[in-house]
Write a protein that binds this ligand. Structure first.
Ligand code: FES
Ligand SMILES: [Fe+2]
Length: 422
């Protein structure tokens, strides 16, 4: 349980809030590269931490992120024309390049005005199929943190974005909570549940496939340079052989989930206090198809997910597409892993009041997420760098494997020990 003040401290991300200040110290994804496909692609309105920006790709293929409203008199640049190396405002034709230089002011031909102005533009990187921006204080810009998925061959990687209309922390807490996997995702985690028989899910791409029928895993955790890692230990047989599922929490909103042959990196990026962009990046050492991932996640139902706008639109209007008929064979009557996760987070409301919850030891990872986020906020309040900022994240992974007797779970992802502050 959290008191109302701490709940607000954790959930509110707008400018000037303590969490908003802490989050602004990191680089964030603002859209996928595919959303700005091709030179002079249409500009994209993007929202991050309660503020609006426009992202665009110029004629040379470079991406810029500017404040959304034109520096002249505030028309939205998302309506603008992208042409000849810049983004042009429709209202009076001022044209800006990706770094914010004012290239033309057709309604004011004297160049001295444009020469002394610069549009609010932000540092941008394009890596791993995502466009990243840094919108924090200039003098505190950190190293760009690289993830393992950025090293994967493009054919071995799928990048998806799902826009969900609820606070980021509901999605983060769901993602870090190991004990829900064997319950909410019953059909994928434990096929055979109807017959009370455990059959492992043979799909090597499925992140909800579990090696055990144990619904009450023992949790252990450990602090790391990027946040923390924890293990869920599930009994496999009566002699005490255990399965270990190791998952990291990357401050401020990242995790990596193991599938048998791939890793799912998931970033819950707050657009504002009640909207989140979930970026799901799947990578491994073999080709992986986007259609397959979309289907696995349940996002192939075009009533609820639009691959172009990335909007997830399932709602109470039709109970998130839940089918009571299907529930005879499906635990949830919902479709796919992401639909189950997003529907549960949405069902908690746009911003869940945690003063009414009842936590038990199975929720330890959720408690730890809150603690590490509050620690990071307090560090920024004390003029210290937030947790894990600038860290090279290429060694951050996840694992689901049998733990040999006497072996240490931390050795399952040995690179976590090597990840250190840059
Ligand atoms: S408002 Fe954009 S050019 Fe005038
Ligand atoms: Fe889940």
């Amino acid at each position: 349980m959290l008191n109302r003040e701490d709940n607000a401290l954790l959930c509110e991300v707008g400018p000037g809030t303590p969490m908003g200040r802490m989050m602004r110290r990191y680089w964030h994804p603002v859209c996928t590269s595919a959303q700005l496909a091709g030179a002079d692609a249409p500009p994209l309105r993007v929202k991050l931490l309660g503020e609006n920006y426009v992202a665009f790709r110029d004629s040379h293929g470079d991406v810029g992120v500017l404040e959304e409203l034109c520096m002249h008199r505030g028309a939205s640049l998302a309506l603008g024309r992208v042409e000849d190396g810049g983004l042009r405002c429709l209202y009076h034709g001022w044209k800006f390049d990706v770094r914010g230089a004012v290239l033309e002011t057709p309604n004011q031909s004297d160049p001295k005005y444009r020469a002394r102005m610069k549009a609010p533009a932000f540092p941008v990187r394009e890596e791993g199929g995502l466009v990243w921006a840094y919108v924090g204080p200039k003098e505190l810009q950190p190293e760009f943190s690289r993830y393992a998925f950025m090293e994967a061959e493009p054919a071995h990687r799928v990048v998806l974005r799902v826009n969900v209309a609820c606070n980021y922390l509901q999605l983060v807490e769901g993602g870090e909570d190991s004990s829900h996997v064997g319950v909410l995702h019953t059909n994928m985690a434990r096929p055979g549940w109807k017959e009370n028989d455990f059959l492992p899910n043979a799909d090597v791409v499925n992140p909800a496939a579990l090696a055990s029928n144990d619904l009450d895993p023992a949790l252990k955790m450990e602090e790391t340079a990027f946040g923390f890692q924890y293990v869920a230990l599930r009994k496999i047989d009566k002699v005490g052989v255990k399965n270990a599922r190791v998952v990291p929490f990357i401050v401020p909103y990242g995790r990596v989930i193991p599938a048998p042959a791939f890793l799912f990196t998931v970033l819950e990026v707050p657009e504002d206090d009640t909207h989140t962009s979930t970026y799901i990046i799947v990578h491994g050492h073999a080709p992986v198809s986007e259609d397959k991932i979309v289907e696995l996640l349940g996002l192939d139902d075009t009533r609820y997910y639009d691959r172009k706008t990335c909007a997830f639109t399932a709602s109470w209007a039709d109970a998130f597409g839940q089918s009571r008929e299907r529930m005879k064979d499906s635990w949830t009557g919902l479709r796919g892993v992401e639909v189950e996760d997003a529907a549960i987070a949405l069902s908690q409301g746009p911003l869940y009041d945690r003063s009414k919850e009842h936590l038990v030891p199975a929720d330890q990872a959720v408690m730890r997420v809150r603690r590490v986020l509050l620690d990071s906020v307090r560090r920024v309040m004390d003029d210290k760098p937030p947790i894990g900022v600038g860290v090279d994240l290429r060694g951050v992974g996840a694992c689901d494997a049998q733990l040999e007797d006497g072996a240490s779970w931390q050795d399952l992802v040995p690179t976590h020990r090597e990840v250190a502050a840059a």
